[in-house]
Write a protein that binds this ligand. Sequence first.
Ligand SMILES: Nc1nc2c(ncn2[C@@H]2O[C@H](COP(=O)(O)OP(=O)(O)O)[C@@H](O)[C@H]2O)c(=O)[nH]1
Ligand SMILES: [Mg+2]
Length: 324
Amino acid sequence: MTGRIRASGRDLGMRLREGDLTAAPAALNLLESRAPDAREQAEALLAEVSPAVLDQEPAAHLIGVTGPPGVGKSSLLSRLIREWRDRGRSVAVLAVDPSSRRSGGSLLGDRARIETDPRDRRVFIRSTAAGERLGGLAPATRTAAQALAAAFDVVVIETVGVGQSETDIADTADTVAVVLQPASGDVLQFLKAGIMEVPDVLVLTKSDLGSAAKRALADLHAALMALGAGATRVCAVSSLAPPTGIADLADALDAHRAGLDLPARRLRARRRQALDEFVAEHGERGLRALGGRLEAQRWLERQDETFDVSSLERSLEARAQERW
Ligand SMILES: Nc1nc2c(ncn2[C@@H]2O[C@H](COP(=O)(O)OP(=O)(O)O)[C@@H](O)[C@H]2O)c(=O)[nH]1
Ligand SMILES: [Mg+2]
């Protein structure tokens, strides 16, 4: 088994780079593997799909979809995937599930799975357990998204939570959509209090719920106006049959991406990732040597642009060395 891993890291990366979608499952297995020699192979894989080797940013649209449990993210993604497929795009979804189901789940309704045509080879879905993390993004998820971005047209990261999680995901995704349902009072409060950053696109699900949905939409618009963010795209959708609002949402996501300074956004993501990896390895002590997180971020911003996360991380280490 490990022998096969050794043989395949670079090869899997090359296949992804050449648009071979069938390499996706094995590539993710490798990136998630804890086998002793997997790390080296994972690096070989990632090197093949890095912007430095591609000589450009991967063209995929990286979309973060986040929101509290039960609001209808998975149901919505089932519909969105169909819409994207109708538009001729291949789609990968990384769904980060909280591993423990809450008791009292009846309040949230049954949890739906993302439904797709099992024969469709241009759709790839992987669920990963969030483990202890609530809302945050595991480094493995980030690298998985980057690997898939070399091959798929659309890469979605679905996470549960609200508050910190969409800040986290904003450092990886090009476009962040926060999903809420009617009577999501907590989300509205977070937004109003500035605890939650205003996302790129807000999605109100279950618009089939009549007056509750209308009220929620009005509250949402009022909150955004009060925040001076009245121009934020709000899309009301229903994922029940027949679905409504899905094409408009797909258009809104495209429009956001079209208006983006993509290289700048991806560069910010790489800097953030380098810092996270540095902290994962050297902990708070390492961060202190850099003068704290904010100081480290500022320093990274003054470094030359690079496609390469590892070289950014190495320069952080060199700087920390000087000060240790
Ligand atoms: N009425 C209505 N119910 C929905 C809609 N979308 C999802 N649901 C229901 O809401 C519950 C949670 O949906 P799910 O997609 O699992 O939410 P997630 O936890 O955010 O992924 C399920 O019982 C769904 O059937 C919708 O547009 N309208
Ligand atoms: Mg779900």
